[in-house]
Each structure stands twice: as C-alpha cells, then as structure tokens.
Design a protein around this ligand. Structure first.
Ligand code: ATP
Length: 570
C-alpha cells in the first residue's frame, strides 16, 4: 500500500516540482550560514592573535579575509532570495490557470464561492515563499551548528544556549497553538463582511433608489463589528505574545553575556571567547526569532494552502473531453431532474423528451415552472442534476467545453456583457472575425445602432453593459449567442426587452437559423413567438405537461382554457 506521502495533492505536486530550486536554496543557505561565523572568527583573531602580536599586517590580512567572506555571504544571500522570487513566480504561473478554472467551476456550483479569495490565497502563498519567513525555515537548521561552536568555546555556555533555544521554541509553539484559531476566526469574519458588501454592490441602483442603503448598512455594521472585534482579539493576543517573546529574547542575550563574564572572572575563558559566544548566541537564536515574527504570515499561508488544496481537489483539472464531431444539435433528456441547495422538492422532475435537430421548440409555462433551469441544464451549467442531457446522443458534460462552446448559443435571462469592445463581446472574446460579427449583429437588427455610435464596433462597454439600454444589451447578447452560426441555440426570454421591430428581427433570425438546420429552444411568455415554432412544450411545476407539434398543443391549450372558462361560469 502506498503511503499518504505519495498521494500528493495537485498543490503539493506543484511544490514538489520545485525541489531542485529548494535544494539550491539550501546550498546557498549553507554557504551564507557557514560564513556567518566570519565575524566571530574575526573577533577571536583580533582579540587573540592581533592584540597579542600587535601586528598591523596580521590585522590587515584578517580584515581582508573578513571582507572577502562577507562579500561571498552577501552574494549567496542575494542568489537565494533571487531563486525564491523566481520559484514564487513559476509556482504562480503553474497554478494560476488551475486556480482560475477551479474557482470558475466552484462559482458555477455555488454563487457563495468567493472567487477573489482563491486568487488572494495564491498570492499569499507566493508572497510567503518569497519573503523572510521562508528564509527563516532554511536558516533554522543552522541553529544547532552555532550552538556546537559555542560548545567548543565553553560547554557551560553551550548548555545554556540549548536551554535558551528550547525556551525560544517553546514560546513559538505555544504562540502557534494560541494564535492559529483566532487568526482563522478573524479572517473568516473579515471575509463574511467583504462578501456581504460585494454582493450588495452588484445591485446598487435599486438599493439606492428605494432608500435601502441605510437598512443594509445597519446589517453590514453587524458583520463589520464582528470582524473588527475578532481582528482586535487576534491582534491583541499576537502583540502580547510578541512582547513576551521580546522579553525572553533580550533577557537571554544579556544573561549569556553575564554568564560569559562569570566564566572570564573565574578565569575559565578569555574575553574574546565571551564576546564571540554572545554573538554566536544571537546568531543561533535569530532564525527562531524570525520564525516567531513571521508566524502570522506562515499561518495565513498555510490556511491559504489548505483552502486552495481543497478547491483544487474538489475541482481538479479536467481531462480533455472526448472528441466528437461537430454537433447537429439534437437534444434528448432522459429522466432529467434538477435540484438546488436548500430545496425539498425538485425544480425539474424526471423529464424525458426529445428536441429534434433543425426544429424550433418554444417552451412555455407559468413563472417558476422551471423553464430557465431546463435551459441551464441543456447548456450544461446547472450543477445539481440527475438523469441525462444528451447532445447528439452523448452526455453534454462529455463534450470538451472549449470545443463545444462555439457550437452553442446561449442567451440567459440576465444578459451580462463584459469589459471590452462591442465587437469583442459579440465575438465571445475570441479573435474577432469582423464578417461574422457584422452578420450576427445584422441578424439581431442591431448593426445600424452600432455603426451610429462614434466608435462603432470598437465602442467599449463597461462591466455591466455601461450606457446601453436593456433592449440593446439583450440584442447584443443575442448577437453573441448567434455568432458563428452555432448548431444549438438556447434563448431564455430573448424578447423580454425587445420592441416590436426587435421582436420581428428576432423571429426572422430564428426562421433563418431553422432554414440553416440549426436547433432552437426558445423560452418565452409571448404568444407572438409561436409563429416561428415547430414544437411547443408546456411546463408546470417542473414537469412537462404538453409536448408536441405547435398546432396540436395550441388546440389542446385552447380547449383547456375554454373548459376552465365554462367551469368558472357554472
Ligand atoms: P420565470 O418564467 O419567472 O423566469 P422559470 O419557469 O424560468 O420562471 P426557474 O427560474 O427555472 O423558473 O425557477 C424554477 C424554480 O426553481 C423556482 O421556484 C425558483 O425559485 C427555483 N430556483 C431557480 N434557481 C434556483 C437556485 N439557484 N437555487 C434555488 N432555487 C432556484
């Protein structure tokens, strides 16, 4: 059986890729740390050999060696920092697309996922790897070496330094145990507060128009106060620990000098060794000191590591989907049910139906009957579903998203346009094919409007569609869906914001697409869209209650409504 060590997560595997860099960093640390003994040796030479001989030449030579070793030490330290920074950038490079995809999928699964947090976690790990904290970890193993040299000078001072190093480690460990939980609580509270504000900012206009900001601010104060209190608790504790660690540190330094002085008084050690031991002691404890000082970034980087590890485990890099031929656009649902977090009843309940390719199917039904959820399931963006959605007989998830994307046109109810030019938005941010962009814009009747803009197709639109009207945004969304003549179009209430002319262009476009053999699924409330339909599907409470050729279903609906009118008159 393989041990857990070999079952590395994606993140650990990536770190493992940097083992060679870390070995080099270890070697440079070795050089830098060995050379850190230079001032001690210099001091011993000056107090011993130079003072006794009174030779200026010896002093000159010893000083020359000192400067040479210092420059090698500085060079080794510089190389090691450079390697760390490079490793950090390479790690980021290796992980950013994994984190981007995983974060994207996590958000698709749950809107509660904080996309920004995953990226700040990655930055956190990179920054920790390239900062002092990491260097402290490479320097800490040298503490025993310095202590060994102290032993050579005086066994008594050697034992004392072991005792002090243990105290220092004890302080570090206790700080870790005490601060870890509080740092986590404070960071969670800060995230809650940030998430709350972020979600409200998206809907700032109605909040402002209806004077809701005051009430929401009150709620935000709750989150914010909690976050402040937790941050205060956590910082208080850290500062207390730092103050105590400082007290321990200074006391130990002076006590070493005092103990050395005692040895000198008793004639057991020369003055030079006393000073050298004192310098060595501070060198020995310095990395431990740095570990204490960088404990918070370390804990945060560790938490970031665990969070990213979980994210990448839950949403691993997908193997490229099976290669299929270009789809015809036939959709078959087999026992499709859809649910959502916190709902007892399914949103879609065991649907089995076929939407033939090259036909226009209009989906009707009262509000909340599950039409939009069905549209999302068909384009493969609804996470909680059972049963199958088959595209040309293959589960829609088995298609490679990058390959399938251009064959699908999807217009959701809330059209989101992205930062970029109109042409880029229509061309789905791929390389802009002007001819195809103009064709799609003409199809949706928005070409004239675009060319009237001062910068035409190069007009930049802000995140939420900038200064475009609701109808214009919807038509741009439609042009984006129709870009490149996809085989399957799923349009969720594409006419909700369109005027009569817009709706006429839409229906003409739908007829054109049908002539070209494309499959169109159109969710709508408006009867005017029936004119373009081959098939009608009527939904109620997550079930399909009627499905068939348009005229047959309309006849059934008319007779049902006539029956219900006469029943109400009785
Ligand atoms: P409308 O015509 O008003 O757009 P619809 O027929 O498109 O309605 P859906 O948007 O599919 O209806 O919603 C169907 C049901 O699923 C509704 O009861 C809705 O509350 C619920 N629902 C939709 N999305 C979610 C979600 N993300 N989480 C939980 N429930 C959801």
């Amino acid at each position: 059986m393989k041990s857990d060590f070999f079952k590395r997560s994606a993140l650990t595997r990536q770190l493992w890729e940097f083992r060679r860099e870390f070995v080099w960093i270890g070697i440079f640390s070795l050089i830098a740390n060995v050379l850190m003994l230079t001032p001690t040796l210099y001091m011993l030479q000056v107090y011993g050999r130079v003072m006794k001989s009174g030779s200026e030449l010896t002093l000159l030579m010893v000083t020359f060696f000192l400067l040479f070793f210092y420059s090698v030490m500085a060079f080794a330290e510089w190389l090691r920092s450079r390697l760390l920074v490079r490793a950090g950038v390479k790690l980021d490079d290796a992980l950013n697309s994994l984190v981007f995809n995983a974060s994207f999928e996590a958000y698709l699964n749950s809107a509660r996922h904080n996309v920004a947090e995953a990226f700040s976690d990655l930055t956190n790990i990179r920054q920790f790897l390239t900062a002092n904290g990491m260097i402290a970890f490479f320097d800490t193993p040298w503490t025993p070496v310095y202590i060994a040299v102290i032993f050579l000078l005086s066994p008594f001072l050697g034992w004392l330094s072991i005792f002090f190093a243990l105290i220092q480690l004890g302080v570090t460990w206790v700080s870790h145990r005490l601060s870890m939980r509080e740092i986590q609580i404070a960071s969670d509270a800060g995230n809650d507060s940030f998430r709350y504000v972020q979600s409200k900012l998206r809907n700032i206009e109605p909040l402002h128009a209806m004077g809701m900001t005051g009430n929401l601010r009150q709620r935000w104060f709750g989150f914010h106060d909690n976050s402040l209190a937790k941050a205060e608790d956590s910082l208080d504790r850290q500062h207390r620990q730092q103050a105590f660690a400082k007290f321990v540190r200074y006391s130990m330094q002076s006590l070493t000098l005092g103990a050395g002085a005692l040895m000198v008084i008793e004639g057991k050690m020369p003055v030079g060794s006393m000073i050298a031991a004192n310098v060595l002691m501070s060198r020995a404890l310095q990395p431990l000191d740095l570990v204490v000082a960088t404990w918070k970034p370390f804990v945060q980087a560790r938490m970031a590591f665990v969070r990213l590890e979980k994210l990448l485990e839950a949403f691993p890099e997908r193997a490229p989907g099976a290669r299929h031929q270009d789809p015809f656009g036939e959709i078959r649902l087999e026992g499709l049910s859809a649910t959502a977090e916190g709902r007892k009843t399914p949103i879609l309940d065991d649907l089995t139906v076929m939407f033939p390719s090259g036909k226009v199917t209009v989906i009707l039904g009262p509000s909340g009957s599950g039409k939009s959820t069905l549209a999302r399931c068909i384009v493969g963006v609804w996470p909680d579903k059972k049963g199958a959605v088959l595209l040309d007989g293959e589960p829609v998830e088995s298609w490679d998203r990058m390959e399938l994307g251009p064959h699908i046109g999807y217009l959701p109810q809330d059209v989101e346009l992205f930062d970029g030019s109109i042409a880029e938005n229509i061309a789905r941010f791929a390389e802009v094919d002007s001819q195809k962009v103009i064709e799609a814009a003409k199809r949706t009747g928005i070409h004239e409007m675009i060319v009237r803009l001062p910068r035409g197709y190069n007009t930049q639109i802000g995140e939420a569609g900038g200064s475009l009207s609701g109808g214009q945004r919807q038509r741009l969304g439609l042009a984006r869906a129709m870009y490149g003549n996809p085989a399957l179009l799923v349009l969720d209430e594409p006419n909700a914001n369109l005027d009569d002319a817009g709706e006429r262009s839409l229906l003409d476009a739908v007829r054109d697409l049908k002539k070209a053999g494309k499959t169109v699924l159109l969710v709508t409330h408006r009867p005017s869209a029936f004119a373009a339909a081959d098939l009608l599907v009527v939904m109620q409470k997550g079930k399909i209650v009627h499905c068939g050729p348009r005229d047959e279903v309309l006849a059934v609906l008319r007779s049902e409504s006539a029956r219900s009118v006469s029943a109400s008159q009785v």
